[in-house]
Design a protein around this ligand. Structure first.
Ligand code: NAX
Ligand code: ADP
Ligand code: K
Length: 518
């Protein structure tokens, strides 16, 4: 598990190291500069002509120190001090004085600099101190840097990317490498920040563990060693040991989603998977997945005791229930959901059409229109404890009755509203999914754009259900499931490619992920 920090938390770690432990800031700056240079040295040669673009804060100070180290090592290097010289931080002023003593070339105005003369750029304009949108001269500098054809190394953050949420503040440098110090920043994991970073290199610049531990963060991500969290499979066991998953996925001609969800649940280790669907899906599902148990219901007879009893029995014998994949949004589908939620005492995985049905239903009440709080309260009151909702951003926008663009622009704030006063777990699915429960925020770093293909969300529901069926707590299952799903997508991309892979390849990828082959 890797801790992730925002700018405030990173500044608190800096401050603890400096003021409580007593490490002089110039020592941290020197270590930061050396780590930037050692990353650069893997890609540059003495033929390169390097320009270090510096701001007036400590990010610029790191850049000035890196320029000195490069000069000492015989590289051809100039400096462009793009920040206001009147606003230099104390350490940065010290670094500038050293460079002046060394008689380095230091440009002060954009007009003086011919970027075409340089083969390598170092971006040390802004780091975690970025506070507002970049404008005017600094924006013009970044525009020049982004048209440059050589490699760009960003110091700590690509200038213009918010360390807090990965958003572009006005404009931002598109780096090839970002060398960051101490801890990974939230804004380097979330998009678009992640893309602007290029290859992210995390370096140790001497923050003592006690400085890092002194600051609490709600953000983290998983790494390969977190696969050890997988539920242990007892030797003395039978299929009952590994739980029973029910997939409620009813609509005619929409059996594909149920199939992918059920297949993924089996391939993640569930003991038994039952699919509740309409009779017309029976033959095809039996042919595709004979291992699944099928219970069929007749949507035209949902008011009869017999059909209700069938639903009640199926719900009663399951350990976890997936609702939504391929369900449709008809009134009959809503009725099935009503019965399932009425009888269910176990966690639900609420996905796709189940979320759309809830959104539609809320829209029938004028008081609920635009009232996110009331809508989320209603969900919290009507769904069993441990339930996981897995909306993609458009489903989330419908559920919360907010524009999708607002949700996309404020994913972390949206996670905060979703989890306020609730027991539910939210998986906000995106290129970097956020799993949110109470105050914790798991940001997922596995997966790739080949997963932007129909049916991969259905696969996720099966994975989550299987982990819960095997005894995992819902929040743990949600985090690990999202992580495994992304890793399986990475295996699929490696075996096929990001264009050709389809959802069933992601299911196949589970074999390598769970078999310890990655
Ligand atoms: N404080 C420390 O102990 C260390 C800091 N380090 C470096 O210092 C960086 C943080 O330094 P600073 O806090 O000085 O901040 P930055 O150098 O990131 O930003 C400089 C200053 O620019 C101003 N500013 C913010 N947004 C602006 C905008 N949009 N347009 C114009 N001006 C703007 C602010 O006053 C800010 O303090 C880190 O990212 C890292 O590179 C490292 O040297 C390691 C140690
Ligand atoms: N660019 C991407 N990078 C990583 N993961 C992605 C990307 N695009 C989609 N995904 C993942 O693929 C899944 C798609 O789910 P969803 O949108 O519900 O698809 P469907 O409804 O077709 O099954 C989600 O888990 C999402 O996080
Ligand atoms: K920078």
């Amino acid at each position: 598990m890797k801790k992730l920090v925002n700018s405030k938390q990173m500044k608190a770690i800096d401050a603890y190291a400096i003021h409580t432990i007593g490490i002089p800031p110039l020592v941290l700056m020197e270590n930061a500069a050396y780590s930037v240079v050692s990353c650069m040295e893997k890609s540059i040669s003495k033929e390169d002509i390097i320009l270090v673009v510096c701001g007036s804060g400590n990010n610029g100070g790191d850049g000035l120190a890196a320029a000195r180290i490069l000069l000492n090592r015989g590289y051809q290097v100039d400096v462009f001090l793009a920040g206001n010289p009147a606003h230099l931080s104390e350490e940065t002023a010290t670094q500038l004085k050293i460079l002046e003593n060394l008689e380095m070339v230091i440009w002060n105005h954009l007009e003086e600099v011919n970027f075409a003369n340089y083969t390598i750029l170092v971006d040390a304009l802004f780091g975690i101190g970025l506070e507002r949108d970049i404008e005017d001269e600094q924006a013009a500098v970044i525009a020049e840097m982004n048209t440059h054809e050589g490699i760009i190394f960003a110091v700590d953050m690509p200038s213009g990317i918010s360390a807090d949420d990965g958003k572009v503040k006005g404009t931002a440098v598109r780096a090839d490498y970002t060398v960051t110090f101490g801890e990974e920043k939230v804004g380097q994991i979330l998009f678009p920040g992640s893309e602007y970073c290029g290859t992210l290199v995390v370096t140790d610049i001497g923050f003592p563990p006690s400085a890092v531990d002194s600051v609490a963060s709600e953000f983290y991500r998983y790494e390969k060693m977190d696969l050890a969290r997988l539920p242990w499979r007892r030797a003395y066991s039978n299929k009952g040991t590994f739980g029973r998953v029910l997939i409620v996925a009813g609509a005619k001609n929409m059996s594909g989603a149920a199939y992918l969800s059920a297949l993924a649940a089996y391939r993640t280790g569930a003991g038994l998977v039952e699919i509740m669907t309409v009779e017309s899906n029976r033959l095809i599902l039996q042919g595709q997945l004979p291992e699944a148990i099928l219970t069929t219901i007749n949507p035209d007879l949902l008011d009869t005791t017999e059909e209700k009893e069938k639903i009640k029995q199926a719900v009663g014998r399951s350990d976890v229930i997936v609702m939504g994949p391929g369900l449709g949004v008809s009134d009959k589908a809503k009725k099935v959901l009503d019965f399932v939620t009425l009888y269910a005492q176990v966690p639900l995985i609420v996905d796709a059409d189940a979320i759309n049905i809830a959104a539609r239903y809320f829209n029938t009440f004028p008081l609920m229109r635009g009232n996110t709080c009331l809508r989320l309260n209603e969900l919290n009151n009507s769904l069993p404890k441990g339930t996981i909702l897995t909306p993609h951003l458009l489903e989330l926008a419908r559920l919360m009755d907010q524009p999708a663009s607002d949700i996309q622009d404020n994913l972390l704030k949206t996670a905060d509203s979703c989890t306020k006063d609730t027991d539910l777990v939210y998986v906000l699915k995106d290129a970097r999914s956020v799993v949110a429960y109470e105050d914790e925020r798991y940001l997922n770093y596995s997966g790739n754009n080949g997963m932007a293909t129909a049916g991969t969300g259905d696969v996720l529901t099966g994975i989550l259900a299987a982990l819960i069926a095997q005894g995992m707590d819902s929040f743990e299952a949600a985090k690990l499931g999202v992580y495994i799903h992304g890793l399986a997508g990475d295996v699929a991309a490696a075996k096929k490619n990001r264009y050709s892979m389809i959802a069933s390849d992601v299911v196949n990828g589970l074999e390598d992920v769970l078999g310890g082959m990655i």
